[in-house]
Design a protein around this ligand. Structure first.
Ligand SMILES: Nc1ncnc2c1ncn2[C@@H]1O[C@H](COP(=O)(O)OP(=O)(O)OP(=O)(O)O)[C@@H](O)[C@H]1O
Ligand SMILES: O=P(O)(O)O[C@H]1[C@H](OP(=O)(O)O)[C@@H](OP(=O)(O)O)[C@@H](O)[C@@H](O)[C@@H]1OP(=O)(O)O
Ligand SMILES: [Mg+2]
Ligand SMILES: [Mg+2]
Length: 375
């Protein structure tokens, strides 16, 4: 059992709580001193805890205000992640804008986003000039990506007649043939994991001519909550032979996105443009995705929580004004601190080390972590 304890409060919708807060995660985290505590949404956040960290995926102004109030009361608690940073992902245009800002040196692969336009009203939908740069088929996606079932409802539109059935505001994105496989890249702090998922099949010119006007679908690449990505899944979906994108290329994009968005917990969907073979397109970015489907999610998430918490602890020991950094939140402090030295040793809510993008960095080795505990 770890000697230092940290309390991480989580505020998640019931479906997310069921999939993410599994016994296997809770017990592994606990064995390493991380206590995952449910935040009661019936009560106000400031009246609960104290927490060293708040982990959340909730929407709305009321929740944002609650986090702000919590931050005022506990200025040094870590909020995973900042609501302002998450907000960018609630709109499918701002979501992908960040991709165009990335600068990555790679001589063999290129990346970008599909051609797309935003349509706010019916009038513009039928104004051919507005979107003459796009070629059929296109995917119509709701502009808002707020986690509602509606925000996942898409349509593959094969011709102009199909447009009649669309309800703006929407994003129209060129459908790019990609061999029916999507790459989902999970990011947890500095950890990056790319997996393959089944996607929409390619649309040939012939199919385009004879198909219906429109095909509706929702979360085609999603898995059932209890499914994990493993060799069995790849076999069943015949994804064994699909080559992965180069790991270093994917890691560079993930790091770039993390820095630019100031987010720790997200995934992004990438497709490989069949016309080129070395061109990759980012089509979707999701905050706090279904991590439980990721291989070894318990270890990855526990490592991440520990890194963030121990890094903060180490910082306070080296912080000349550490007294100003102290707030009474962690479990240990309530239970076991005896003197000033112990207090410093156990402190968690302090000024945390951040990188250029303002993100907590988790660069400490196991040895350093151990040293930081031996004050
Ligand atoms: N531009 C595109 N070209 C080809 N296929 C696409 C494109 N955009 C989306 N798709 C397919 O449609 C699926 C759903 O699109 P998208 O990922 O944008 O929706 P979502 O509802 O936000 O998904 P998620 O469940 O990952 O949040 C993708 O997983 C992929 O299979
Ligand atoms: O349903 P899961 O837990 O797997 O997670 C899905 C998650 O739903 P949840 O957050 O409500 O759970 C979705 O979030 P919203 O857009 O709806 O906010 C979105 O991120 C999907 O991409 C996730 O699936 P994944 O891409 O990881 O397979
Ligand atoms: Mg997606
Ligand atoms: Mg999405």
């Amino acid at each position: 059992m770890a000697e230092t304890r940290f309390a991480i409060g989580y505020a998640l919708a019931p479906k997310k709580q069921n999939s993410f807060i599994q016994d296997s995660l809770v017990s592994l985290a606990k064995s390493r001193g991380i206590y995952l505590v449910r935040i009661d949404m019936e009560r106000s956040l400031v009246d609960q805890g104290p927490f060293d960290c708040v982990l959340h995926k909730l929407y709305g102004d009321d929740w944002k205000r609650q986090l702000q109030d919590f931050k005022v009361k506990y200025p040094n608690a870590v909020i995973l992640d900042s609501p302002d940073a998450i907000e960018r992902l609630h709109n499918r245009i701002s979501m992908l804008q960040v991709v165009s800002e990335l600068k990555i040196e790679d001589h063999n692969e290129t990346f970008g986003i599909p051609k797309q336009i935003v349509i706010y009203d019916k009038e513009t939908l039928f104004d051919r000039q507005a979107w003459e740069t796009l070629k059929f088929p296109v995917i119509a996606k709701p502009l808002v990506a707020d986690g509602s079932a509606k925000s996942h409802k898409m349509a593959l539109v094969f011709n102009h007649d199909g447009l009649n059935q669309l309800k703006p505001p929407i994003v129209l994105q060129e459908f790019v043939n990609h061999g029916g496989v999507i790459f989902k890249v999970y990011v947890v702090g500095e950890y990056v994991k790319c997996v393959k998922r089944k996607s929409l099949p390619d649309v040939s010119e012939d199919k385009l001519r004879v198909s219906e006007d429109l095909l509706s679908f929702s979360q085609v690449s999603n898995l059932a909550t209890n499914e994990r990505i493993d060799d069995k899944y790849y076999k069943r979906m015949q994804l064994d032979d699909t080559e992965m994108p180069p790991q270093s290329f994917i890691t560079d994009i993930a790091r770039g996105l993390r820095q630019a968005m100031k987010l720790n917990l997200f995934n992004f969907d990438v497709i490989r443009d069949s016309r080129y073979g070395n061109r990759y397109l980012i089509i979707d970015i999701n905050y706090f995705p279904g991590y439980a489907k990721m291989p070894g999610y318990e270890t990855v998430l526990t490592d991440f929580f520990c890194d963030i918490m121990y890094k903060k602890q180490k910082e306070v020991v080296n912080c000349p004004d550490e007294k100003d950094c102290l707030i009474n939140t962690g479990l240990d402090r309530r239970q076991t601190h005896n003197n000033d030295k112990d207090m410093r040793k156990l402190i968690s809510n302090t000024c945390c080390d951040v990188d250029e993008g303002g993100l907590p960095v988790s660069t400490i080795s196991r040895e350093e972590k151990e040293n930081s505990l031996q004050v």
